[in-house]
Design a protein around this ligand. Structure first.
Ligand code: DOR
Ligand code: ZN
Ligand code: ZN
Length: 351
């Protein structure tokens, strides 16, 4: 067995559900799960209840995170047709999140007019993170170029999408992108067996899509979990909401790929430490994440800290285990125990 020591890692795409969805997850349980997964900072999405679309909601959520977060955090501002963001709220947000296709929650942009107004008003220095799928991914790429704004494409999942991102980057368009672990490790074949427990937006794709993501990892700026917990009862209902938990399983899965020689340790640091800092202009705090590599383990929901109590990776073999996490000189996780206290997390600051 060997020990791998990594710097502070940021999961740049999570849904911790507070306020409004605390029965699925809350700030304390979600940030504890992050630490247990070797993640020292999270960037939280705005599709709360009510959605975080103005400075007041953002400030309310910032206070909740200040009281309850066990790891560091940054918060996104959201926008809707009737809720255009005010540029002065940009300073407190890590970025703006736009939803161009239907997903969980009410935030959705449908009109070109609203989209253009938002792009026009948003400061060029702060990223606009976009949920787009398939054809709609071409829209923010064009707007990034036409309007000189920084666009980040969330959870790129398919061969044609990553090909489009590659082409845009090769032409010098200021776009960045992320890939989620479920799109790197699961296919629609798995979705057949797992049913709603493997349903998310964008959905799982084919083996050829998964291959394309791995082959094009060079154009990927960061890997982020899109941790989107829902309860088992909700997932087993007639209309299951899309989304799967992932903040706690992302690092063991990726380190297993390092162990297997599919990914270098340097590239892993690029995707979870450097990438999130570069894309969102935040500074990762002083931290060390120690991982034991080489053992034979299985992912089990029973060992996880997320409130939702299940994982799409149940029973999956991994060769990596988070042993200890030290954040700002304090041991916040060790041998299965979260030691970081609610309220000890700090807001991630602009670099
Ligand atoms: O599957 C998803 N679930 N995709 C999203 O974009 C939102 C997320 C959620 O909040 O549940
Ligand atoms: Zn999304
Ligand atoms: Zn998401």
């Amino acid at each position: 067995m060997t020990l791998l020591a990594l710097p502070g890692l940021i999961d740049a795409h999570v849904h911790l559900r507070e306020p409004g969805g605390e029965h699925k997850e809350d700030i304390a349980s979600g940030t504890a799960a992050a630490l247990a997964g070797g993640i020292t900072g999270v960037l939280d999405m705005p599709n709360n209840v009510p959605p975080v679309t103005d400075g007041q909601q953002l400030e309310r959520k910032r206070r909740l995170f200040g009281e309850r977060a066990c790891c560091d955090y940054g918060l996104f501002l959201g926008a809707g047709e009737q809720a255009l963001p005010r540029p002065e709220d940009a300073a407190e947000a890590v970025g703006l999140k736009l939803y161009l296709t239907p997903t969980f929650g009410p935030l959705r942009l449908e009109s070109l007019g609203a989209l253009l107004a938002i792009f026009k008003g948003w400061p060029a220095a702060r990223p606009i993170a976009v949920h787009a799928e398939g054809m709609s991914m071409a829209i923010p790429i064009l707007l990034a170029q036409l309007m000189g704004k920084r666009v980040h494409l969330c959870h790129v999942a398919r061969a044609d999408e990553i090909a489009l991102v590659r082409a845009a980057k090769e032409r010098g368009v200021a776009v960045t992108c992320e890939v989620a672990p479920h799109h790197l490790y699961l296919t629609r074949e798995d979705a057949r067996a797992l049913g709603a427990l493997a349903q998310m937006k964008p959905p799982l794709a084919g083996a050829e899509d998964v291959d394309a993501l791995w082959r094009n990892l060079g154009v990927v700026d960061l890997v982020a979990s899109d941790h989107a917990p829902h309860t088992l009862t909700e997932k087993q209902s007639a209309e299951p909401p899309p989304g799967v938990p992932g903040v706690e399983t992302m690092l063991p899965l990726l380190v297993t790929s390092v162990h297997e020689g599919r990914l270098s340790a340097d590239r892993l640091v690029g995707l979870l430490h450097e990438g999130p800092q570069r894309v969102y202009g935040v500074r990762a705090p002083e931290a060390t994440v120690e991982i034991e590599v080489g053992g034979h383990l299985e992912i089990r929901a029973a060992n996880l800290h997320t409130r939702c109590g299940w994982t799409p990776f149940e029973g999956r073999r991994v060769n990596a285990r988070v042993r200890r996490v030290v954040l700002r000189g304090r041991t916040v996780f060790e041998d299965g125990h979260v030691l970081g206290r609610p309220g000890s997390g700090c807001q991630l600051r602009s670099a």
